[in-house]
Ligand binder design. Sequence first.
Ligand code: NGQ
Ligand code: ZN
Length: 453
Amino acid sequence: MSRRLHCRSVLTPEGWLEETALVLDDAGMIRSLAPGPARYGDERLAGAVIPGMPNLHSHGFQRLVAGLGGQRARGDSFWSWRDAMYRVAARVGPEDLQACMAGLYLELLRGGYTSNAEFHYLHHDPAGAAYDDPAELAARVSAAAGAVGVGLTLLPVLYCRSGFGAEGVTEGQRRFHNTPERYAELLSRCRALTGADRLQRTGVAPHSLRAVNGDDLAALLTLRDAGEPVHIHVAEQPAEVAACLQHLGARPTAWLLENAPVDEHWCLVHATHLDEQELADGAGSGAVAGLCPTTEADLGDGVFRATAWLERGGRFGVGSDSNLRVDAAEELRSLEFSQRLRDGARNLLAPEGGGNGRALWEAAAEGGAQALGQPVGRLAPGRRADLLVLDQDHPMLAGLEGDDLLHAFVFAGDRDMIGGAWVAGEQRLDRGRHPTGDAIASAYHRVLRALRT
Ligand code: NGQ
Ligand code: ZN
Protein backbone atom coordinates (compact mmCIF):
# COMPACT_ATOMS: atom_id res chain seq x y z
CA MET A 1 0.00 0.00 0.00
CA SER A 2 1.27 3.45 -0.74
CA ARG A 3 -0.03 6.79 0.47
CA ARG A 4 0.32 10.13 -1.22
CA LEU A 5 0.89 13.51 0.41
CA HIS A 6 0.14 16.00 -2.32
CA CYS A 7 2.06 19.27 -2.00
CA ARG A 8 1.18 22.53 -3.68
CA SER A 9 4.83 23.51 -3.30
CA VAL A 10 7.64 21.43 -1.79
CA LEU A 11 11.36 22.01 -1.17
CA THR A 12 13.38 19.05 -2.48
CA PRO A 13 17.08 18.56 -3.26
CA GLU A 14 16.15 19.58 -6.83
CA GLY A 15 14.70 22.85 -5.58
CA TRP A 16 11.08 23.91 -5.18
CA LEU A 17 8.61 21.68 -6.99
CA GLU A 18 5.00 22.68 -7.59
CA GLU A 19 2.08 20.24 -7.59
CA THR A 20 4.04 17.18 -6.53
CA ALA A 21 3.05 14.16 -4.45
CA LEU A 22 5.32 12.48 -1.93
CA VAL A 23 4.59 8.79 -2.36
CA LEU A 24 5.10 6.99 0.96
CA ASP A 25 5.40 3.40 2.06
CA ASP A 26 3.72 2.00 5.18
CA ALA A 27 6.61 3.10 7.39
CA GLY A 28 6.30 6.73 6.27
CA MET A 29 9.41 6.60 4.10
CA ILE A 30 9.38 8.48 0.82
CA ARG A 31 9.38 6.08 -2.12
CA SER A 32 9.17 8.60 -4.91
CA LEU A 33 8.13 12.11 -5.89
CA ALA A 34 5.31 12.16 -8.41
CA PRO A 35 4.62 15.38 -10.33
CA GLY A 36 1.07 16.24 -11.32
CA PRO A 37 -2.22 17.39 -9.90
CA ALA A 38 -3.76 15.91 -6.75
CA ARG A 39 -5.64 12.64 -7.16
CA TYR A 40 -8.69 11.35 -5.39
CA GLY A 41 -7.58 10.01 -1.99
CA ASP A 42 -4.48 12.18 -1.69
CA GLU A 43 -3.83 13.96 1.58
CA ARG A 44 -3.43 17.59 0.52
CA LEU A 45 -0.78 19.86 2.00
CA ALA A 46 -1.88 23.33 1.04
CA GLY A 47 1.11 25.44 2.12
CA ALA A 48 4.83 25.41 1.38
CA VAL A 49 6.32 22.08 2.49
CA ILE A 50 9.85 21.97 3.93
CA PRO A 51 11.83 19.25 5.74
CA GLY A 52 11.30 19.12 9.51
CA MET A 53 14.35 20.20 11.48
CA PRO A 54 16.32 17.61 13.47
CA ASN A 55 17.35 19.05 16.84
CA LEU A 56 20.89 17.78 17.32
CA HIS A 57 21.44 18.71 20.96
CA SER A 58 19.01 18.85 23.86
CA HIS A 59 19.15 18.50 27.63
CA GLY A 60 15.43 18.27 28.23
CA PHE A 61 15.34 18.71 32.00
CA GLN A 62 17.07 22.09 31.65
CA ARG A 63 13.76 23.46 30.37
CA LEU A 64 13.02 23.65 34.10
CA VAL A 65 15.55 26.48 34.53
CA ALA A 66 14.81 28.34 31.30
CA GLY A 67 14.36 32.02 32.02
CA LEU A 68 15.28 31.78 35.71
CA GLY A 69 18.35 33.20 37.43
CA GLY A 70 18.07 36.81 36.30
CA GLN A 71 19.20 38.49 39.54
CA ARG A 72 22.65 39.81 38.85
CA ALA A 73 25.35 38.53 41.18
CA ARG A 74 29.06 39.16 41.15
CA GLY A 75 30.88 36.83 38.78
CA ASP A 76 27.80 35.46 36.97
CA SER A 77 29.07 33.12 34.27
CA PHE A 78 28.59 29.79 32.54
CA TRP A 79 29.94 28.16 35.68
CA SER A 80 27.54 29.84 38.10
CA TRP A 81 24.62 29.02 35.75
CA ARG A 82 25.81 25.40 35.83
CA ASP A 83 25.68 25.33 39.64
CA ALA A 84 22.11 26.61 39.61
CA MET A 85 21.16 24.08 36.93
CA TYR A 86 22.68 21.27 39.02
CA ARG A 87 20.50 22.26 41.99
CA VAL A 88 17.37 21.70 39.93
CA ALA A 89 18.80 18.55 38.30
CA ALA A 90 19.16 17.10 41.80
CA ARG A 91 15.39 17.21 42.36
CA VAL A 92 13.91 15.72 39.20
CA GLY A 93 12.22 12.34 39.68
CA PRO A 94 11.36 9.81 36.97
CA GLU A 95 7.72 10.93 36.62
CA ASP A 96 8.79 14.58 36.58
CA LEU A 97 11.31 13.88 33.88
CA GLN A 98 8.84 12.08 31.65
CA ALA A 99 6.25 14.86 31.97
CA CYS A 100 8.88 17.52 31.35
CA MET A 101 10.31 15.73 28.32
CA ALA A 102 6.92 15.12 26.70
CA GLY A 103 5.86 18.74 27.21
CA LEU A 104 9.17 19.93 25.86
CA TYR A 105 9.11 17.67 22.79
CA LEU A 106 5.67 19.00 22.00
CA GLU A 107 6.92 22.58 22.29
CA LEU A 108 9.93 21.71 20.14
CA LEU A 109 7.64 20.19 17.52
CA ARG A 110 5.65 23.43 17.49
CA GLY A 111 8.99 25.17 16.95
CA GLY A 112 9.79 23.07 13.88
CA TYR A 113 11.81 20.18 15.35
CA THR A 114 10.47 16.82 14.18
CA SER A 115 13.25 14.75 15.82
CA ASN A 116 15.65 15.29 18.70
CA ALA A 117 19.04 14.07 19.85
CA GLU A 118 18.80 13.88 23.63
CA PHE A 119 22.20 14.21 25.29
CA HIS A 120 20.99 12.42 28.37
CA TYR A 121 23.08 12.41 31.51
CA LEU A 122 20.66 12.14 34.44
CA HIS A 123 21.06 8.47 35.26
CA HIS A 124 20.84 7.87 39.02
CA ASP A 125 18.59 8.81 41.90
CA PRO A 126 19.10 12.11 43.71
CA ALA A 127 21.53 10.51 46.17
CA GLY A 128 23.57 9.13 43.29
CA ALA A 129 22.45 5.51 43.83
CA ALA A 130 21.60 3.44 40.78
CA TYR A 131 17.94 2.75 40.06
CA ASP A 132 17.03 -0.95 39.73
CA ASP A 133 16.93 -0.36 36.01
CA PRO A 134 20.08 1.53 34.98
CA ALA A 135 17.99 3.03 32.17
CA GLU A 136 15.09 4.12 34.41
CA LEU A 137 15.45 7.75 33.35
CA ALA A 138 16.52 7.03 29.77
CA ALA A 139 13.32 5.03 29.44
CA ARG A 140 11.37 8.16 30.40
CA VAL A 141 13.01 10.10 27.59
CA SER A 142 12.20 7.37 25.11
CA ALA A 143 8.58 7.14 26.32
CA ALA A 144 8.14 10.91 26.07
CA ALA A 145 9.37 10.99 22.46
CA GLY A 146 7.07 8.06 21.73
CA ALA A 147 4.09 9.85 23.27
CA VAL A 148 4.60 12.94 21.13
CA GLY A 149 5.49 10.84 18.09
CA VAL A 150 8.75 12.53 17.19
CA GLY A 151 12.07 10.98 16.22
CA LEU A 152 14.67 10.41 18.93
CA THR A 153 18.38 9.70 18.92
CA LEU A 154 18.98 8.77 22.54
CA LEU A 155 22.52 9.57 23.61
CA PRO A 156 23.33 8.11 27.02
CA VAL A 157 26.19 10.18 28.37
CA LEU A 158 29.38 8.90 29.96
CA TYR A 159 30.42 11.23 32.77
CA CYS A 160 33.37 10.10 34.89
CA ARG A 161 35.07 13.14 36.42
CA SER A 162 34.53 16.71 37.51
CA GLY A 163 37.30 18.19 35.38
CA PHE A 164 40.68 17.66 33.74
CA GLY A 165 42.88 15.51 35.96
CA ALA A 166 40.14 14.86 38.55
CA GLU A 167 39.41 11.39 39.88
CA GLY A 168 35.71 11.46 40.68
CA VAL A 169 32.78 13.83 40.51
CA THR A 170 31.38 16.50 42.83
CA GLU A 171 28.24 16.04 44.87
CA GLY A 172 26.21 17.97 42.29
CA GLN A 173 27.32 15.51 39.59
CA ARG A 174 26.47 12.25 41.41
CA ARG A 175 23.41 11.59 39.29
CA PHE A 176 25.54 11.70 36.14
CA HIS A 177 28.45 9.51 37.15
CA ASN A 178 29.23 6.14 35.61
CA THR A 179 32.30 4.05 35.06
CA PRO A 180 32.69 2.66 31.55
CA GLU A 181 31.66 -0.76 32.96
CA ARG A 182 28.40 0.57 34.39
CA TYR A 183 27.87 2.56 31.22
CA ALA A 184 27.99 -0.64 29.14
CA GLU A 185 24.83 -1.85 30.85
CA LEU A 186 23.07 1.46 30.37
CA LEU A 187 24.00 1.50 26.70
CA SER A 188 22.64 -1.94 26.00
CA ARG A 189 19.38 -1.08 27.79
CA CYS A 190 19.10 2.09 25.70
CA ARG A 191 19.56 0.06 22.53
CA ALA A 192 16.75 -2.24 23.62
CA LEU A 193 14.46 0.72 24.38
CA THR A 194 15.03 2.54 21.11
CA GLY A 195 15.03 -0.70 19.12
CA ALA A 196 11.33 -1.05 19.90
CA ASP A 197 10.39 2.21 18.09
CA ARG A 198 11.24 2.75 14.45
CA LEU A 199 11.60 6.50 15.00
CA GLN A 200 14.26 5.99 17.64
CA ARG A 201 17.87 4.93 17.81
CA THR A 202 20.83 5.08 20.18
CA GLY A 203 24.23 6.73 19.98
CA VAL A 204 27.04 7.31 22.46
CA ALA A 205 28.10 10.51 24.18
CA PRO A 206 31.28 11.12 26.11
CA HIS A 207 30.20 14.31 27.92
CA SER A 208 33.36 16.36 27.25
CA LEU A 209 37.11 16.04 27.63
CA ARG A 210 36.55 17.61 31.05
CA ALA A 211 34.33 14.75 32.20
CA VAL A 212 35.95 11.88 30.28
CA ASN A 213 39.71 11.36 30.01
CA GLY A 214 41.55 9.59 27.21
CA ASP A 215 41.18 6.15 28.79
CA ASP A 216 37.48 6.65 29.51
CA LEU A 217 36.95 7.74 25.92
CA ALA A 218 38.82 4.74 24.53
CA ALA A 219 36.76 2.40 26.72
CA LEU A 220 33.54 4.04 25.55
CA LEU A 221 34.49 3.73 21.89
CA THR A 222 35.05 -0.02 22.26
CA LEU A 223 31.40 -0.30 23.39
CA ARG A 224 30.06 1.57 20.39
CA ASP A 225 28.45 -0.36 17.54
CA ALA A 226 29.69 0.54 14.07
CA GLY A 227 27.74 3.45 12.67
CA GLU A 228 26.36 4.70 15.99
CA PRO A 229 26.55 8.48 16.30
CA VAL A 230 29.10 9.94 18.74
CA HIS A 231 28.35 13.33 20.30
CA ILE A 232 30.71 15.28 22.56
CA HIS A 233 30.79 18.83 23.97
CA VAL A 234 33.97 20.55 22.91
CA ALA A 235 35.66 23.97 23.21
CA GLU A 236 32.65 25.82 24.53
CA GLN A 237 34.33 28.08 27.10
CA PRO A 238 37.79 29.69 27.04
CA ALA A 239 38.53 28.25 30.51
CA GLU A 240 37.98 24.76 29.10
CA VAL A 241 40.42 25.38 26.25
CA ALA A 242 43.04 26.69 28.70
CA ALA A 243 42.64 23.74 31.10
CA CYS A 244 42.86 21.27 28.23
CA LEU A 245 46.04 22.88 26.93
CA GLN A 246 47.50 22.62 30.40
CA HIS A 247 46.53 18.96 30.99
CA LEU A 248 46.68 17.41 27.55
CA GLY A 249 49.10 19.77 25.86
CA ALA A 250 46.61 20.55 23.10
CA ARG A 251 43.43 22.50 22.54
CA PRO A 252 40.36 20.24 22.97
CA THR A 253 39.27 20.07 19.34
CA ALA A 254 42.84 19.53 18.16
CA TRP A 255 43.32 16.81 20.79
CA LEU A 256 40.16 15.02 19.68
CA LEU A 257 41.00 15.23 15.99
CA GLU A 258 44.44 13.82 16.76
CA ASN A 259 43.45 11.11 19.26
CA ALA A 260 39.95 9.96 18.34
CA PRO A 261 38.53 8.56 15.08
CA VAL A 262 36.47 11.69 14.36
CA ASP A 263 34.50 11.26 11.14
CA GLU A 264 31.05 11.92 9.71
CA HIS A 265 29.39 9.97 12.55
CA TRP A 266 30.61 12.52 15.07
CA CYS A 267 28.92 15.64 16.31
CA LEU A 268 31.22 18.24 17.87
CA VAL A 269 28.85 20.18 20.08
CA HIS A 270 29.58 23.94 20.27
CA ALA A 271 33.17 23.91 18.90
CA THR A 272 33.06 27.61 19.67
CA HIS A 273 36.76 28.26 20.12
CA LEU A 274 38.65 26.96 17.09
CA ASP A 275 42.01 28.06 15.71
CA GLU A 276 42.86 27.95 12.00
CA GLN A 277 44.18 24.41 12.09
CA GLU A 278 41.16 23.13 14.02
CA LEU A 279 38.84 24.85 11.56
CA ALA A 280 40.51 23.19 8.61
CA ASP A 281 40.88 19.74 10.18
CA GLY A 282 37.48 19.81 11.86
CA ALA A 283 35.65 20.82 8.69
CA GLY A 284 37.66 18.26 6.72
CA SER A 285 36.80 15.44 9.13
CA GLY A 286 33.18 15.37 7.93
CA ALA A 287 31.93 15.76 11.51
CA VAL A 288 28.95 18.00 12.16
CA ALA A 289 29.42 21.13 14.26
CA GLY A 290 26.54 21.05 16.74
CA LEU A 291 25.64 24.72 17.12
CA CYS A 292 23.27 25.96 19.79
CA PRO A 293 23.28 29.71 19.17
CA THR A 294 20.66 30.86 21.70
CA THR A 295 22.12 28.79 24.54
CA GLU A 296 25.65 29.82 23.57
CA ALA A 297 24.56 33.46 23.68
CA ASP A 298 22.76 32.98 27.00
CA LEU A 299 25.81 31.35 28.58
CA GLY A 300 28.32 33.80 27.16
CA ASP A 301 30.26 31.14 25.28
CA GLY A 302 31.53 33.12 22.31
CA VAL A 303 30.81 33.26 18.59
CA PHE A 304 31.26 30.18 16.40
CA ARG A 305 33.36 30.92 13.31
CA ALA A 306 30.59 29.90 10.95
CA THR A 307 31.73 31.78 7.84
CA ALA A 308 35.21 30.24 8.05
CA TRP A 309 33.79 26.78 8.83
CA LEU A 310 31.53 26.88 5.78
CA GLU A 311 34.32 28.18 3.54
CA ARG A 312 36.26 25.05 4.46
CA GLY A 313 33.32 22.82 3.61
CA GLY A 314 32.27 22.24 7.23
CA ARG A 315 28.87 20.81 8.09
CA PHE A 316 26.60 22.03 10.85
CA GLY A 317 23.24 21.56 12.47
CA VAL A 318 21.44 23.27 15.32
CA GLY A 319 20.33 22.25 18.78
CA SER A 320 18.06 23.71 21.42
CA ASP A 321 20.58 22.60 24.09
CA SER A 322 19.43 24.14 27.42
CA ASN A 323 15.98 24.65 25.89
CA LEU A 324 15.89 28.29 26.85
CA ARG A 325 14.38 28.73 23.38
CA VAL A 326 12.54 26.03 21.49
CA ASP A 327 12.39 27.38 17.96
CA ALA A 328 14.46 26.08 15.02
CA ALA A 329 14.15 29.25 12.92
CA GLU A 330 15.34 31.33 15.86
CA GLU A 331 18.51 29.23 16.22
CA LEU A 332 19.34 29.77 12.54
CA ARG A 333 18.58 33.48 12.71
CA SER A 334 20.76 33.83 15.82
CA LEU A 335 23.61 32.00 14.11
CA GLU A 336 23.47 34.30 11.09
CA PHE A 337 23.08 37.39 13.28
CA SER A 338 26.16 36.51 15.33
CA GLN A 339 28.23 36.62 12.13
CA ARG A 340 26.62 39.86 10.93
CA LEU A 341 27.32 41.58 14.26
CA ARG A 342 30.93 40.48 14.14
CA ASP A 343 31.57 41.29 10.47
CA GLY A 344 29.29 44.24 9.76
CA ALA A 345 27.76 42.62 6.69
CA ARG A 346 24.58 40.73 5.74
CA ASN A 347 23.51 37.36 4.29
CA LEU A 348 26.82 35.79 5.31
CA LEU A 349 25.88 32.10 5.48
CA ALA A 350 24.31 31.71 2.05
CA PRO A 351 26.26 30.86 -1.09
CA GLU A 352 26.59 33.70 -3.63
CA GLY A 353 23.17 34.23 -5.21
CA GLY A 354 21.45 31.82 -2.80
CA GLY A 355 18.62 32.58 -0.41
CA ASN A 356 19.91 33.04 3.13
CA GLY A 357 16.95 31.47 4.94
CA ARG A 358 16.85 28.51 2.58
CA ALA A 359 20.62 27.95 2.73
CA LEU A 360 20.51 27.89 6.53
CA TRP A 361 17.46 25.64 6.74
CA GLU A 362 18.74 23.12 4.18
CA ALA A 363 22.25 22.92 5.60
CA ALA A 364 21.06 22.52 9.19
CA ALA A 365 18.43 19.94 8.25
CA GLU A 366 20.98 17.85 6.39
CA GLY A 367 23.68 18.28 9.06
CA GLY A 368 21.18 17.52 11.80
CA ALA A 369 20.07 14.34 10.04
CA GLN A 370 23.69 13.26 9.75
CA ALA A 371 24.32 13.93 13.43
CA LEU A 372 21.20 12.03 14.52
CA GLY A 373 22.00 9.15 12.19
CA GLN A 374 18.40 9.24 10.98
CA PRO A 375 17.13 9.23 7.38
CA VAL A 376 15.55 12.67 7.58
CA GLY A 377 16.57 16.21 6.63
CA ARG A 378 15.47 16.24 2.97
CA LEU A 379 12.34 15.36 1.11
CA ALA A 380 13.71 12.77 -1.29
CA PRO A 381 13.32 9.04 -1.96
CA GLY A 382 14.74 6.92 0.85
CA ARG A 383 14.17 9.61 3.48
CA ARG A 384 11.43 9.69 6.08
CA ALA A 385 8.50 12.01 5.55
CA ASP A 386 9.27 14.38 8.44
CA LEU A 387 8.01 17.75 7.26
CA LEU A 388 6.47 21.10 8.06
CA VAL A 389 3.79 22.91 6.16
CA LEU A 390 4.22 26.68 6.24
CA ASP A 391 0.96 28.56 6.31
CA GLN A 392 0.75 30.89 3.34
CA ASP A 393 -2.32 32.53 4.82
CA HIS A 394 -0.11 33.98 7.55
CA PRO A 395 0.08 37.74 6.91
CA MET A 396 3.89 37.76 6.96
CA LEU A 397 4.05 35.00 4.33
CA ALA A 398 1.20 36.20 2.16
CA GLY A 399 2.20 36.59 -1.46
CA LEU A 400 5.64 35.03 -0.96
CA GLU A 401 6.86 31.88 -2.68
CA GLY A 402 9.88 29.62 -2.62
CA ASP A 403 13.15 31.01 -1.26
CA ASP A 404 11.54 34.34 -0.31
CA LEU A 405 8.93 32.57 1.75
CA LEU A 406 11.48 30.40 3.57
CA HIS A 407 13.65 33.46 4.20
CA ALA A 408 10.69 35.28 5.75
CA PHE A 409 9.96 32.25 7.92
CA VAL A 410 13.55 32.07 9.19
CA PHE A 411 14.11 35.82 9.67
CA ALA A 412 10.71 37.35 10.35
CA GLY A 413 9.25 34.12 11.54
CA ASP A 414 7.17 32.77 14.26
CA ARG A 415 5.99 29.33 15.21
CA ASP A 416 2.46 30.31 14.23
CA MET A 417 3.63 30.21 10.61
CA ILE A 418 3.85 26.42 10.99
CA GLY A 419 0.44 25.23 9.87
CA GLY A 420 1.17 21.53 10.39
CA ALA A 421 3.90 19.00 11.13
CA TRP A 422 4.17 15.41 9.92
CA VAL A 423 6.54 12.75 11.26
CA ALA A 424 7.04 9.57 9.24
CA GLY A 425 4.05 10.59 7.15
CA GLU A 426 1.72 10.97 10.16
CA GLN A 427 0.26 14.33 11.01
CA ARG A 428 1.35 15.28 14.54
CA LEU A 429 0.38 18.95 14.58
CA ASP A 430 -2.53 20.76 13.04
CA ARG A 431 -2.22 24.52 13.64
CA GLY A 432 -0.33 23.88 16.84
CA ARG A 433 -2.71 21.20 18.08
CA HIS A 434 -1.49 17.67 18.83
CA PRO A 435 -3.86 14.69 19.17
CA THR A 436 -2.96 14.13 22.86
CA GLY A 437 -1.58 17.61 23.48
CA ASP A 438 -3.97 18.59 26.28
CA ALA A 439 -2.93 15.74 28.58
CA ILE A 440 0.74 16.31 27.80
CA ALA A 441 0.40 20.04 28.51
CA SER A 442 -1.36 19.61 31.84
CA ALA A 443 1.29 17.19 33.18
CA TYR A 444 3.94 19.59 31.89
CA HIS A 445 2.42 22.57 33.66
CA ARG A 446 2.25 20.58 36.88
CA VAL A 447 5.93 19.72 36.83
CA LEU A 448 6.98 23.22 35.80
CA ARG A 449 5.00 24.71 38.68
CA ALA A 450 6.43 22.21 41.16
CA LEU A 451 10.09 22.41 40.20
CA ARG A 452 10.69 25.94 38.94
CA THR A 453 11.56 27.55 42.25
C1 NGQ B 1 25.53 20.33 30.03
N1 NGQ B 1 25.59 22.49 28.94
O1 NGQ B 1 26.09 19.26 30.00
O2 NGQ B 1 24.33 20.46 30.25
C2 NGQ B 1 26.34 21.58 29.76
C3 NGQ B 1 26.73 22.21 31.06
C4 NGQ B 1 29.00 21.26 31.44
C5 NGQ B 1 26.22 23.26 28.07
N2 NGQ B 1 27.51 23.14 27.99
C6 NGQ B 1 27.58 21.34 31.90
N3 NGQ B 1 25.59 24.11 27.31
O3 NGQ B 1 29.31 21.54 30.28
O4 NGQ B 1 29.82 20.90 32.28
ZN1 ZN C 1 25.03 20.38 26.03
